[in-house]
Design a protein around this ligand. Structure first.
Ligand SMILES: *Cc1c(COP(=O)(O)O)cnc(C)c1O
Length: 360
């Protein structure tokens, strides 16, 4: 068996140790004679798996006690609707920052539920930066302000947390959750689709300040009501049990690596060496203003687009997979989440150097 280095943006590579443990526990979880997949979600065994995962996430992210942690379904995209349904009255206004494709999707969905005020956008600059917060046109009475700390497709990451005073700050952390320390107490709500840094797709983790619960519109589907989810420990219906279990294994793995402090240092180093290489080599380019370059998703272009196909073919042959950039951006993209070992980044840089030497 050979494991490739998988640079896919999502679903993304998982820690090998986690996959091995899941394999070892697949048929018989800790002497129960059954797979986690086959367990009742109401069983003591699964409830302990679920509670342990929640506690480990709380420990890792430093989630204060006045926040609920929910394990929901429907991916991050379902939260684009769930957030306004729960946090915004029908006649209210919500503020959104537009920094790329995921922001735009969140904005488009929120518009179906109420007034959306786009307080700032870097679209005219081709999303290569984040507009300075001093220029944002915020609504005085916004229900919340939504932003996307890491634009997975553009490779743009905020290097600051917006200051919103008493307006709840809502963040789509899908592609940068647990990649570095954050101060959860600055947020009203954080959500993160699992398939980048947490586990399998479909699962979405929501961290919400408890005083924001209980305000869902009456037409909110039960399954999208945060209060119902919180009251039922995310088990109003059958949760995505196996994904929850795998997320729990990832949390344990992160703790064993030294937690998010340690991950942040490794991630900064991994991204730093890749950007340094791209900047130093005339054959490659990345358009993002350096201070806003993502630690998780590194898009880059080749000097000649006609070589893209050959570049990808050569990469595949070396077990460097899924480097093709998003169709809207073109070029290449290397997603280097927590689970991508530094050796994978080194192997990519070696290959890029060789390709530029031979074909540049
Ligand atoms: C991947 C991603 C999404 C969409 O996630 P789904 O689980 O596929 O709905 C939303 N926002 C960001 C920032 C993402 O990276």
């Amino acid at each position: 068996m050979t494991r490739a280095y998988n640079f896919c943006a999502g679903p993304a590579t998982l820690p090998e140790e986690v996959l091995k443990q899941a394999r070892d526990e697949m048929l018989d979880w800790q002497g129960t004679g059954m797979s986690v997949m086959e367990m009742s979600h109401r069983s003591d065994e699964f409830v302990s798996i679920a509670k342990t995962a929640e506690q480990d996430l709380r420990d890792l992210a430093g989630v204060p006690d006045d926040y609920a942690v929910l394990f929901m379904q429907g991916g991050a995209s379902s939260q684009f609707a769930t957030v306004p349904l729960n946090l915004m009255a029908a006649d209210a206004t919500a503020d959104y920052v537009n920094t790329g494709i995921w922001s735009k999707k969140a904005i488009a969905e929120a518009r179906r539920f109420g007034n959306v005020n786009v307080v700032a956008s870097s679209e005219d600059a081709n999303f290569i930066n984040v507009p300075d917060q001093s220029e944002w046109q915020c609504s005085p009475d916004a229900a919340y302000l939504h932003y996307t700390p890491n634009e997975t497709i553009g490779g743009l990451e905020f290097d600051f947390v917006p200051e919103t005073g008493s307006v709840p700050l809502v963040a789509d952390y899908s592609s940068t959750m647990l990649s570095r320390p954050i101060d959860v107490s600055k947020f009203g709500l954080i959500y993160a689709g699992a398939q980048k840094n947490i586990g399998p797709s479909g699962l979405v983790v929501v961290i919400v300040r408890k005083d924001l619960l209980g305000n869902a519109r009456k037409e909110t589907p039960t399954m999208m009501n945060y209060q119902v989810m919180a009251d039922n420990d995310s088990m109003y219906n059958t949760p995505s049990t196996y994904s929850w279990y795998l997320a729990g294994l990832v949390f344990k793995w992160l703790k064993a690596q030294g937690g998010v402090e340690a991950m942040g240092k490794i991630n900064q180093r991994k991204a730093g060496k890749l950007y340094d290489f791209v900047d130093a080599n005339d054959f490659y380019a990345n358009p993002i203003e350096p201070r806003f370059r993502s630690w998780m998703n590194v898009p880059f272009t080749l000097a000649d687009d006609a070589l893209n196909g050959d570049f990808l073919k050569g990469a595949d042959a070396r077990g460097l997979l899924n480097l093709k950039g998003h169709r809207s951006v073109g070029g290449m993209r290397a997603s280097i989440y927590n689970a991508m070992p530094e050796a994978g980044v080194d192997a990519l840089i070696d290959y890029m150097a060789e390709f530029a030497r031979e074909r540049g």
